[in-house]
Design a protein around this ligand. Structure first.
Ligand SMILES: Nc1ncnc2c1ncn2[C@@H]1O[C@H](COP(=O)(O)OP(=O)(O)OP(=O)(O)O)[C@@H](O)[C@H]1O
Length: 254
């Protein structure tokens, strides 16, 4: 039989990433007020997503505040946050890591920045450090002062420091906002691999292109409220809320 008549098998779906041990996340009746201002009002949010959840919304929508609440850096005014069935606690926060827009690094060498975190976790072997350096492409910079790294390299080091804690949940708060396209691509590639390996990534961005590249699910925030939470293909093909539609069209959501 000629080759052309052989049945063509459709490509297998890529395996779904493993689910993080801290999932599901259950948020109920969450509010946050600061200086008398109501900033967040989230009656319910359920996340049980393997891979990357993107939290998107315009400037001031409340994305960073929500991330800080989920990581226990600030306390809600009311409501509950539970991870894997347990109320948010310092022990849960230790199983999570957060990378900010501006990396917070020690004034030491690149390697010493990692050693510091690994020692605190009692996992401080040279092999562990070297594997992390290789993972983020910084092996050749190991002995350089961290503050002499470029912005993209600093952010990759910040990511390696976060990974050194072997987090179940990795929060990223606009980590590539000040990086050039090549540095963004490199950072996103590392994050995608991490998500595929079973760390749930919760990624705050206001960059629609980045959200399209990274998200399995999108949570859209508008003026402190979630107007939409859906699988990424559905969100981008047919956004349900007026605010999300306007945002994706490049307009200011009103
Ligand atoms: N400590 C605070 N006290 C009072 N208001 C605050 C405080 N922190 C943040 N806010 C306000 O809460 C709102 C949401 O802030 P947040 O930083 O979460 O926005 P965001 O969605 O992350 O925005 P951006 O994309 O600009 O970073 C903003 O209007 C901000 O001014």
């Amino acid at each position: 039989m000629p080759d052309t008549l052989l049945p063509v098998m459709p490509p297998a779906d890529p395996p779904a990433p493993a689910r993080s041990a801290l999932m599901p996340l259950r948020v109920r009746d969450l509010t946050l007020q600061m200086r008398g201002q109501p900033l967040l009002d989230i009656p319910a949010l359920d996340l049980d997503c393997a891979g990357t959840t993107v939290i998107m919304g315009a400037n001031g929508a409340g994305k960073s505040l929500l991330l800080r609440l989920l990581h226990g850096l600030i306390a809600p005014s009311s409501g509950t946050i539970a991870w894997g069935g347990a109320a948010m606690s310092p022990a849960i926060a230790r199983r999570q890591a957060l990378v900010f827009q501006k990396p917070v690094l020690l004034r030491r060498s690149v390697a010493a920045n990692l050693d510091f975190v690994l020692r605190a976790r009692r996992a401080g072997t040279a092999e562990a450090r070297d594997a992390l350096l290789a993972r983020v492409g910084l092996t050749h910079k190991a002995s350089q002062p961290a503050r002499l790294l470029s912005g993209g390299e600093q952010q990759r080091l910040a990511l390696a420091r976060a990974l050194a804690t072997r987090p179940d949940i990795l929060f990223l708060d606009e980590p590539t906002a000040s990086l050039d396209p090549a540095a963004v691509q490199s950072f996103e590639g590392i994050v995608s691999d991490i998500a595929d390996e079973g760390t749930s990534v919760i990624f705050v961005t206001h960059d629609v292109g980045q959200a399209r590249r990274m998200a399995r699910e999108v949570v859209f925030l508008h003026q402190g409220r979630i107007t939409e939470h859906s699988a990424a293909p559905r969100f981008f093909a047919a956004p349900q809320s007026r605010a999300a539609r306007a945002y994706l069209a490049g307009q200011l959501p009103l």
